[in-house]
Design a protein around this ligand. Structure first.
Ligand SMILES: [Zn+2]
Length: 93
């Protein structure tokens, strides 16, 4: 009886475990604006650390980086895009 539910823990046979699958839909939260931020990480011993602060558009981020690069010659940036998302639970299956 290889498929008996009382046969004990199977080894190397995932098909004998049945996990219920939970479905969620991830959507952007319309009340929270996404933000973009860049930090200058140029530097050998320590990073420059200059930061754009939270910006509301990727264009502003590009502009800040271009400006900082022009002023300092720094070329390496860490860019983050932050957004709040909402998980909408689906049905158990
Ligand atoms: Zn810099």
């Amino acid at each position: 009886m290889p498929d008996s539910p009382n046969a004990g823990p199977p080894v190397g046979n995932r098909g004998r475990y049945r996990f219920r699958e939970y479905h969620v839909t991830i959507v952007a939260d319309s009340l929270a604006l996404p933000t973009y931020q860049a930090v200058c990480v140029t530097g050998e011993d320590s990073n420059c650390g200059a930061t754009s602060g939270a910006l509301l558009a990727p264009d502003e981020l590009t502009h800040w980086i271009a400006e900082h690069c022009a002023q300092s010659g720094h070329e390496l940036y860490e860019q983050t895009h932050r957004a709040v998302v909402r998980a909408e639970p689906g049905a158990w299956q």
